[in-house]
Design a protein around this ligand. Structure first.
Ligand code: MSP
Length: 498
């Protein structure tokens, strides 16, 4: 069976409104998916929502609603934002899906039969916000070492996944599989942790007396499974009922996550797959965090950046561009609207927007013929970049890709200043004028192809104004000019002054 490219995002908790952090992973995954589709690859891009657990149960109780009623309202907010952000996900999984639940229960049964799940008594400190247990020694000033919130002392019998059994196998796997955990700094972090600490077994149940909002353990109805255990399984379960069945999707090619959930993915999920004797995903990529003037974004600080407001004020593509151009994917970044404005004015309005406007107005004014004799080096520049794209996307180097596209945009603007088409026109150098304007037209067409995964609406507008008649797939990722100027149309500026 043919193997497709399978890309996932985390499943978002539905207890708060989506913000820029969630939008970040979505946009990155969307750009990857669009790129691979443009290479004529079969792509399955999955996102969704994480709907069980204590937090949801508590939030619903506060509103006097059932968990399901509470969640249904929230899920819509995520879905609406993804539409506004032009996210082209092929599937949306909800952990409350009946099919997901059945698959989780099958997996629990398999691991229980295998002896990899055992019942033990347990005492620990529980952080509701992070949905995880800590040991006394891990606490910081009596609070959760991760989020600083209060923790509750809990003593109870629970079921454990024997994660520690797989520690050596996991270390070996990570050491021998470059690219499994990316970027390198995160891989080293996980290896450092595994090499210096003995892994505990993972508590994967909660008694229903304390938490009823979850998936029941198939071998003990008094318990539900731990929210992370069921949520991680989504990546695999979706391939059984949401993804098209005629293509093989597992193992996933890219799990995109934030750095805060690296342990759950690189340790919990990897060992769960090892226990199930399933192949591990090709890459788990942990991106950094957006902060606001250096501060963590949080409701209580009142500094949460709402993507909807930014999209409405600027436009969706400039938001997508900013997220992936401003910061190296993998590192933390600081969000400020001044920086956003500066990227908008310089890169988008001045460099790209003006290039299109100038080229179209010169073609309209001078009516040159379409002449492709002398590409003046643009053919080499563009073919070189097409050749590099696969490698750069494979390493999720989004800002480098954009930088390289902009090198060509800048080179085209300089070319206009050097060639001075207005003088060629004045001096009656018609052939040269035709060559120069054809080159600029072809540069813009290729840019609209390369930039499409990042800025789909803008590229559609560029193509429409250029009157490009060939479908993008015909371009076949190389400089191959065979168009004409007949379909050129006037259009509104791509990035109007704000
Ligand atoms: N439900 C779990 C994931 C389960 S995956 C099987 C979860 N959900 S979350 O809603 O809290 O976070 C989802 C993602 O948003 C995480 O990857 C997290 O890193 C990301 N972000 C949340 N705030 C962020 C920023 N301020 N900046 C960048 N990304 C951040 O964890």
């Amino acid at each position: 069976m043919k193997k497709g490219i399978y890309i996932t995002t985390p499943l978002y908790y539905v207890n708060a409104d989506p913000h820029i952090g969630h939008a970040y992973t979505q946009v990155a995954a969307d750009v990857l998916a669009r790129y691979y589709r443009s290479c004529q690859k079969e792509v399955f891009f999955l996102t969704g929502t994480d709907e069980y657990g204590q937090k949801v149960q508590d939030a619903a109780a506060k509103k006097g609603m059932s968990p399901k009623e509470h969640i249904d309202g929230m899920v819509g907010k995520f879905k609406d934002l993804w539409v506004k952000l032009n996210i082209s996900n092929d599937g949306f999984i909800r952990t409350t899906d009946k099919d997901h639940k059945e698959r989780v229960q099958n997996i629990l049964r398999t691991l229980y039969k295998k002896g990899d799940i055992q019942k033990r008594s347990y005492s620990g400190w529980y952080c509701v916000s992070d949905e995880r247990f800590w040991k006394e020694k891990d606490l910081k000033d009596g609070c959760c070492p991760d989020c600083g919130r209060d923790v509750q002392k809990i003593e109870e019998d629970n079921y454990f996944f024997l994660m520690s059994k797989y520690q050596d196998e996991l270390i070996k796997y990570i050491e021998q599989t470059p690219g499994y955990i990316m970027p390198e700094i995160r891989r080293n972090e996980v290896l450092g942790f595994l090499n210096n600490n003995k892994l505990d077994d993972l508590c994967i149940s909660r008694p229903k007396s304390r938490l009823s909002w979850g998936i029941s353990l198939p071998f003990d109805d008094g318990y539900v499974t731990y929210v992370w255990f069921d949520a991680l399984i989504n990546y695999y379960s979706a391939t059984g009922y949401i993804a098209p069945q005629e293509i093989k999707w597992w193992p996933a090619n890219f799990h995109l996550i934030g750095k805060d959930i690296l342990t759950t993915h690189s340790v919990y999920w990897s060992t769960m797959l090892m226990a199930l004797e399933l192949p591990l995903p090709k890459t788990i990529f942990a991106h950094g965090w957006w902060t606001i003037t250096g501060e963590k974004m949080s409701k209580s600080f009142g500094n949460v950046v709402n993507p909807l407001e930014l999209i409405e004020k600027w436009n969706v593509d400039s938001f997508r561009y900013f997220l992936l151009r401003q910061v190296t994917f993998g590192l933390d970044g600081n969000f400020s609207e001044e920086q956003f404005k500066s990227r908008y004015d310089s890169d988008l309005a001045n460099e790209l927007g003006n290039l299109l406007k100038r080229v179209l107005s010169m073609i309209n004014k001078y009516s040159p013929e379409y002449l492709t004799k002398e590409p003046d080096g643009f053919d080499r520049k563009i073919n070189k970049l097409y050749g590099e794209l696969d490698g750069l996307y494979g390493e999720l180097k989004f800002n480098i890709i954009l930088q390289k596209i902009w090198d060509i945009v800048k080179a085209a603007n300089i070319y206009i200043e050097q060639q001075k088409p207005w003088e060629l026109n004045k001096n009656g150098e018609e052939k040269r004028l035709a060559e120069v304007l054809t080159n600029l037209f072809e540069v813009l067409r290729n840019i609209s192809q390369m930039l499409e995964p990042f800025m789909p609406e803008t590229c559609k507008k560029i193509k429409k104004q250029l009157g490009v008649i060939r479908a993008p797939k015909d371009i076949n990722f190389k400089w191959s000019p065979t168009d004409n100027f007949k379909n050129i149309r006037d259009g509104l500026p791509l990035f109007p002054k704000q």
